[in-house]
Design a protein around this ligand. Structure first.
Ligand code: P6P
Length: 341
């Protein structure tokens, strides 16, 4: 019996190297570095209950959120991998108030800026629900030497690569370099991410909506109306839809990418500009979903065209199956809130 051909992440990256005619392999090496760090983080996530990295550090990050020990561990792992890899000149993270400039010889010709949410959905860590890592990669715009904040504050349309790792029933790494989306599942027996989901496409229409309905009272009128639309009975459009919300963006996004669906985090009373961050959550996921045939907006404007003015800037977000995002946008137009969007 022919052994099924296994394509590891490393092999795939090298095979696709030709997509970057001007690159001498730096982006490939950068993606490899992220893949390696993900495997280390995965090892700790999978035994979080067994070692003393559960629970809180007692610190809070710039978001005012309690920092879980695994958050800190993941942040340090990715930062160390990027520093050692030598291809990254500046690193920005949900866990760090400011950018980390990477200096010294290794970054003499490092030409990439990396933005990252090292462990998204961390509130789920202690209850054994899937969490994830999200990364976004830009070519630097500053000239040379250590990277600058301006390298991290670029429009999402200028990303050269984006991806996520979902630490769930299996661990998967999904990424794009602007030539489609490919998914790799970690095979623990060989310690390699193996190509399992080539050329991923999100269904144009799905039947899952993902939103924290606990915030319903604070939602814009158009979002309230859309939720009622999803819950109404209509056989011709297979409604009511299923409501699925894990509270971990990577897990919610990944399910919707595979099955079709729409993820919505609108402006709320507690988060008047939305909760999710443009730089290291919405832009990378928007790049991926568009490359998979879907759509991503703030309810009106394309996410990838939003101006990035602050490292931890928040935005409302609607992303997933193209027709579902367009339906949400139509409700927001039909039921405008004064001053929203
Ligand atoms: P809420 C996790 O903290 C996160 O940043 C995303 O992963 C997730 O989608 C969202 O916040 C959940 O927020 O307010 O619904 O608990």
């Amino acid at each position: 019996m022919n052994a099924q051909r296994i394509t590891t992440l490393g092999q795939f990256i090298i095979e696709r190297q030709a997509e970057f005619p001007y690159s001498k392999g730096q982006l490939s090496r950068l993606l490899r570095d992220i893949g390696i760090a993900s495997k280390i983080v995965n090892r700790e996530v999978n035994k979080a209950g067994l070692v003393n990295i559960l629970g809180d550090t007692g610190e809070t990050n710039i978001q005012g959120e309690t920092v879980k020990k695994l958050d800190l561990f993941a942040n340090e792992q990715f930062k160390a991998a990027l520093k050692a890899g030598g291809e990254c000149c500046v690193f920005a993270s949900e866990e760090d108030d400011e950018i980390t400039t990477i200096e010294g010889a290794v970054s003499a010709d490092a030409k990439y800026a990396v933005l990252m949410d090292p462990l998204d959905g961390s509130s789920n860590i202690d209850v054994n629900v899937s969490v994830g890592t999200i990364f976004s990669i830009y070519r630097r715009v500053s000239q040379e030497g250590p990277g600058l904040l301006s390298d991290c504050l670029q429009k999402g349309m200028h990303q050269v690569a984006a991806g996520y790792v979902v630490y769930g029933s299996s661990t998967m790494l999904v990424y794009t370099t602007g030539h489609g989306v490919n998914g790799f599942t970690l095979d623990p027996s060989i310690g390699e991410f193996c190509l399992s989901h080539p050329d991923m496409r999100i269904p144009e229409q799905g039947f899952i909506y993902s939103v924290n309905e606990g915030n319903y009272i604070h939602f814009p009128q158009g979002i309230k109306q859309y939720i009622k639309y999803c819950q109404a009975y209509d056989e011709t459009t297979s409604r009511p839809y299923n409501s699925r919300y894990i509270g971990s963006m990577v897990a919610d996004f990944h399910r919707n990418l595979l099955k079709g669906g729409v993820f919505i985090y609108p402006a709320t009373g507690k988060a008047p500009k939305g909760k999710l961050r443009l730089g290291y959550e919405c832009n990378p996921m928007a790049f991926i979903v568009e490359q998979a045939g879907g759509k991503a907006s703030d309810g009106k404007n394309r996410i990838l065209e939003l101006e990035s003015t602050d490292l931890h800037q928040r935005t409302p977000v609607v992303l997933g199956s193209r027709r579902m995002v367009e339906k949400v946008e139509s409700f927001l137009r039909e039921f405008p809130d004064p001053g929203s969007f």
